[in-house]
Design a protein around this ligand. Sequence first.
Ligand code: ADP
Length: 666
Amino acid sequence: MRSLLVANRGEIACRVMRSAKQQGIKTIAVYSTADEHAQHVLQADTAVCIGPALASESYLSIDALIDAALRTGADAIHPGYGFLSENPEFVEACVANNIQFVGPSAAAMRAMGLKDAAKVLMEKAGVPVVPGYHGDNQDAAFLEAQALSIGYPVLIKARAGGGGKGMRRVDEPTEFSASLMSAQREASASFGDAHVLIEKFISHPRHIEVQVFGDSHGNVVHLFERDCSLQRRHQKVIEEAPAPGMSAQVRDAMTQAAVTAARAINYEGAGTIEFIVDGSDGLQVDGFWFMEMNTRLQVEHPVTEAITGVDLVEWQLRVAAGEPLPLSQDELSIQGHSVEARIYAEDPEAGFLPATGRLQRLDFSDIGRVDSGVVQGDEVLPFYDPLLAKLITHAPDRISAFNLLAQQLAASTVLGTQTNREFLWRLVSDEQVQAGFFDTAFIDQHLQALVAKDCQPQLVALACLALIEPAVATATTLSVNSAVSTQLGAWQLWGPCHRTATLMVGDSVHTLSAVQVGVTSTSSVWRMCAESLEGFPEAGIEVARLSATRCQIDGVDQAGSVVADESLVHVQLGAWSDKFGRVIAGAASLGGVADDAIAAPMPGRIVAVHCAVGDVVAAGQALLSMEAMKMEQDLCCTRDGVVEALNVATGDQVAQGLELLRLAAD
Ligand code: ADP
């Protein structure tokens, strides 16, 4: 293998190319027009544009990818994860064009591609599967009867599902039919397949998966387990290896079941067998069941790399080239503990709504490994998954690995878009999480505390600095000259300078007064006062900026950054971060949702319209469903009323801010 085309983007494309380069393999990137200047393009030896921004016309276009591979003479294609990584037709297209696909055969993929068929296969191989119905009958009444005989709570799952989509937990028979319909709608919109299965919902569920690897010489090994139980909406948030509380017996049973599963389909390459585990009473040899197999590299593969010392991408490339697995089972062992956090552009306060924006300040701490595909100045695009980076730590023991990760999250700065960084920091610092006492419901149960934003006066004070000294907001580095002029500009001949700044703190507008009380070697020191803001110290807070990444608060130097765009000021102080609305003169209010209309919160596609013109609707009712950044969300009205105008239909692509629906005036 001399050249490798990576049919992906973002962090995983960069990650794959890194290992390819180390093996002396020439790297070829592909990109959509929106990704022209993306890191994966810049890091590749060559790059080919494969189409417009919309993934269906670029990263998901088999024709465009094969064409790019033929044009560049690529020997092999690595699919990364997501996109076409589990698409057997893509594998067949590669084979037909004499290009090596880095991954399993199309047949192995098909065997595991649909959750229902995979469960049948695993049952036959003697691997324990979750009790439930995974047959062909899709009649709603029949499925409801099945749910009843399985026993509530049950889980409806799209057989073609992935990423937690098309999945609904149902606790009561009365909710079944509505949940079924919504699962089917999401499944058919996301996967073009509305077929579902019904599973028993395992109580105190933990998600533990086993990394397996096969080669073309009939060898199969496992690389131990990962615990991915910290989830939100069935999506992984934190992953670690090994699993807390794992005994040698349970590990043996689980890894053996995983190897059996891989052997049953003559698996070649990297794969993951996911188990749902009953965590109500410790881990038991008879308390885990096969859920599905992912026939590709996983997002969370770095934690396995950390504890085994194996470069999984290197193994993938060697196996694809026909080499045997570099190590046998006996030669593999676990060293220490590793944990990974995924930083997404999303707003935890707003229900984890995906966020866009420009990464005005970006600095990931290198306390642990950083896998990222973006750099400062990049735009977070609405077309793709908003994963910005993965931070991975490795230490001799679990607590140290978590503490290191907490430090790494606190010491990393991401400003300009909303992110889950602070949420992750709180999560990995949590005592119960650090003790290993959690199941997949933990995040939902503790959501309030994990996303709470109590007004922090120091953050407000730092935000005001950006409005008072605008240079602070835009300059990444401040030259000595401009520092001096800032100082001179602020001092007036007859005494210290007074300024005011107005911003939105939560839902209300506050005006802070600032008076210059001194200078540091690079900037002015301001005392900020906010009479109307509860909790703000009466004597005020003294703030100065020392550099782009450090500030001084009440005489204490610390890590702190602030950037502003037209509508928001983003602040980070140590581990804490927040955003405040800017109040532009003339605008009555900012940030509030107009009561009379629903506008698109971001660019996306309307996937369902739940009302018609003339309908009487109630506050909180979902009137539209929209898909943006690979997530479906409901758009609800904020008051009772009558639908007066409906400006969109199912399938419409809409721009951010577009008025979608209007209620008649009260
Ligand atoms: P997807 O392919 O959409 O990611 P999975 O089948 O892998 O769906 O399940 C995702 C998550 O949903 C699991 O990690 C687990 O938290 C939860 N889950 C799945 N099946 C069950 C079950 N039977 N009982 C309880 N939780 C489950």
